[in-house]
Write a protein that binds this ligand. Structure first.
Ligand code: NAD
Length: 285
């Protein structure tokens, strides 16, 4: 078997076009969604992500600004910047690009973002709403993954979904979305202390890898016919690879996301969707 490729790039284009059309309608009421991304320091990967987000905003008719701050910034200076954006009515979405330099307390920084402007969906209020099944903003990467799974046509109802990774930004919210009523998957979360991981992943109808270890999931860890979603982005000298060893996995899975061109583009598309939602909610539309 050779798996069907899940074309995240193409699906993201569709989502972005939908958002752009809705942004154009909102603009008729003189409301232009505005997203401000804060980047601290010079991390090259973060610079690329922020530039891509900025470009995608502009294409969708969303005003995208970047606040670039020196890595020497103090916690209180950064919190002051966030507070100013919280109080600026022209700003609908605020995101702080992670990771932050080690001397800054990321959790306190994310907590400081106005929950109505938290388009990454990381604020505890938004995490709580998502968990309870009444989301304001869905976290972008797990939301993108849900869209990709939907496009395969594979039913999640009663399916065994195995998520590898338990981070606050991918693994945990991913599992939370899969277990919601209406999605109805049976969910297992694997992490760095999980024993006999291959035995568990081989039971998955839907396998989601968010490990941060290049090519961690091999074909031998995949149940024949499973849907495999690779969230990983790992930079090698010559190319970017995922958390799944594509060459062996593609022989076993029924559908698989490539890296790049799978989950990555969806994350940005969902960020635009959240920024539009924020603009609507904050302007009472
Ligand atoms: P993280 O480092 O915060 O979390 C990794 C998780 O993997 C941890 O919860 C850990 O328990 C688990 N893990 C580590 N070693 C393991 C092992 N040997 N066996 C089983 N589990 C193990 O990473 P993250 O922020 O969740 O990101 C995961 C990957 O997804 C990274 O490659 C990251 O670059 C990528 N990512 C991609 C996007 C996107 O838009 N495509 C967005 C966010 C993150």
């Amino acid at each position: 078997m050779t798996a069907q490729l899940i074309d995240g790039k193409q699906i993201a284009e569709i989502v972005k076009a939908e958002v752009a059309a809705e942004v154009a309608i909102l603009a008729e009421q003189s409301i232009v969604p505005r997203l401000v991304a804060i980047i601290v320091g010079e991390d090259p990967a973060s610079q690329v992500y922020v530039r891509n987000k900025e470009r995608a905003c502009l294409k969708a008719g969303i005003a995208g600004d970047v606040v670039r701050l020196a890595s020497s910034i103090t916690q209180s200076e950064l919190l002051d910047q966030i507070s100013a954006l919280n109080h600026d009515d022209s700003v609908h979405g605020i995101l702080v690009q992670l990771p932050l330099p080690a001397h800054l307390d990321s959790m306190a920084v994310l907590d400081a973002i106005h929950p109505g402007k938290d388009v990454d969906g990381f604020h505890p209020e938004n995490v709580g709403l998502m968990l309870q099944g009444r989301p304001r903003f869905l976290p972008c990467t797990p939301h993108g993954v849900m869209k990709l799974i939907q496009t395969t046509g594979v039913s999640t109802v009663g399916a065994h979904a195995v998520v590898i990774g338990r981070s606050d930004i991918v693994g945990k919210p991913m599992a939370a979305l899969l277990v919601q009523k209406g999605v109805d998957a049976t969910v297992t979360i694997c992490h760095s202390r999980t024993r006999n991981i291959g035995e568990i992943t081989r039971q998955a109808d839907i396998l989601i890898a968010a490990v941060g270890i290049p090519e961690f999931v091999t074909g031998a860890m995949i149940r024949p016919g499973a849907v495999v979603i690779d969230v990983g982005i790992n930079r090698r000298e010559d190319r970017i690879v995922g958390d799944v060893q594509f060459e062996s996995a593609v022989q076993v899975a029924s559908a698989i996301t490539p890296v790049p061109g799978g989950v990555g583009p969806m994350t940005i598309a969902m960020l635009l969707r959240n920024t539009l939602t924020a603009a609507r909610l904050l302007s009472g539309q």
